[in-house]
Design a protein around this ligand. Structure first.
Ligand SMILES: NC(=O)c1ccc[n+]([C@@H]2O[C@H](COP(=O)([O-])OP(=O)(O)OC[C@H]3O[C@@H](n4cnc5c(N)ncnc54)[C@H](OP(=O)(O)O)[C@@H]3O)[C@@H](O)[C@H]2O)c1
Length: 337
């Protein structure tokens, strides 16, 4: 499978390095010539969970150069951040051989938005439970023993999903699912609450959940996002916990069963520094418009009230501009407008 990885940051770097090191030829696309030159000089080195792997001379060029050479790929893995993904997807799709597949693996609504823009036939849904960081260009660390999940956005099993999973599986663990849309939603529900509220508070989930406002903000953000998911027709899949909290009736109600459910979320994510907080600290744009922003926009279209998710989006944009700084006190403002 002639394969191009577009975006050689944390996740793209780990996938490309492990796939290449397994003997599967893979080409890399960077944003620009300077990025390609840095990677060509540095090679690819990955360490951490999954062991060490390296590629001394990766085949890397800017995305436009791959296009100008008239190259064709059977698989284009889109591993940019969400805000770069739609533009990169169009350019990546132009490099597909007939019958080729584009695989977006961004958090949030990206696979669905890419499929709407390019037509579903060429797009396979994907998400990553694999955690990675980029220490320097060409130098990556795998942070957990997670996997990629792929499947048809229209639902059901397919040979294409199985083939792509088997191919990428030479490098990193990959699973298929007949309900990738539901899996994407399940991750989105947690990103909308665990990750963004942690970024706003400048705290881990376990820390911010200890205050009444933190707990209420979590419940409201999660409940709104779940109501939107269900109204859209999605069937969120079990990830770390059942996506529908026990006794849920449009909103989370206090109960012993709900506390047990929450303890499950905390066990999985309670002590992780939110990736969005790291983006804010590095003064990089966040993916908020594709996470809570997607929930707020879709909720608006479906007539589902989403005031807390809308307030989260506004607050994160203010944090990006530097007009606010992460602070647990901001969680109360989300609730009280
Ligand atoms: N890292 C994780 O552990 C993890 C886990 C689950 C999901 N995800 C999701 O995976 C996606 C990627 O995350 P990441 O952490 O790998 O991000 P990242 O480290 O920022 O990497 C993104 C890469 O894409 C490059 N890029 C941007 N536009 C491009 C273009 N037009 N052509 C080619 N390359 C382009 C960027 O280059 P520049 O540096 O030049 O901008 C950067 O190297 C995100 O949606 C994230 O939410 C990540």
């Amino acid at each position: 499978m002639r394969t191009l990885v577009v975006g050689v940051g944390a996740l793209g770097g780990v996938i490309a390095a492990r796939l290449h090191a397994s003997g599967a030829p893979v080409r890399l696309a960077t944003r620009d010539a300077a990025g390609a030159a840095r990677l060509a000089a540095a090679g690819l080195r990955v360490g951490g969970i999954g062991g060490a792997a390296s590629v001394d001379a990766p085949e890397v060029a800017p995305l436009d150069v791959h296009g100008a050479r008239g190259e064709a790929f059977d698989l284009v893995v889109l591993a940019t951040k969400a805000q770069d993904a739609l533009a990169a997807a169009e350019r990546g799709a132009a490099l597909l051989a007939p019958g080729g597949t584009l695989l977006p693996i961004q958090n949030g609504a990206v696979p669905r938005l890419v499929a709407e823009r390019l037509g579903g036939a060429r797009v396979l849904g994907g998400l990553s439970n694999l955690g990675a960081t980029m220490i320097a260009p060409g130098l990556y660390e795998q942070r957990n023993a997670g996997h990629l999940l792929v499947g048809e956005l229209a639902g059901g099993e397919s040979d294409r999903a199985r083939r792509v999973a088997a191919w990428l599986g030479r490098g990193v663990p990959v699973r298929t699912t007949p309900n990738v849309e539901g899996a994407i939603w399940s991750k989105l529900l947690l990103n909308c609450s665990v990750t963004t509220l942690g970024a706003i508070a400048g705290r881990t989930m376990r820390q911010y959940l200890a205050t009444p406002d933190g707990r209420a903000a979590f419940d409201r953000a999660y409940d709104e996002a779940l109501a939107v998911a269900l109204a859209s027709g999605a069937r969120p899949e079990r990830m770390v916990v059942d996506p529908i909290p026990p006794g849920w009736s449009g909103r989370s109600l206090p109960s012993a069963a709900h506390e047990t459910w929450l303890a499950g979320v905390l066990a999985g994510y309670g002590d992780v520094k939110p990736s969005m907080l790291q983006d804010l600290e590095r003064r990089r744009p966040t993916e908020i418009d594709f996470i809570n922003g997607h929930v707020a926009a879709l909720g608006g279209r479906l007539g589902v009230p989403v005031p807390v998710n809308a307030a989260i989006v506004e607050t994160v944009h203010a944090l990006e501009r530097g007009a606010l700084a992460p602070d647990p006190a901001l969680l109360g403002r989300l609730l009280r407008g």
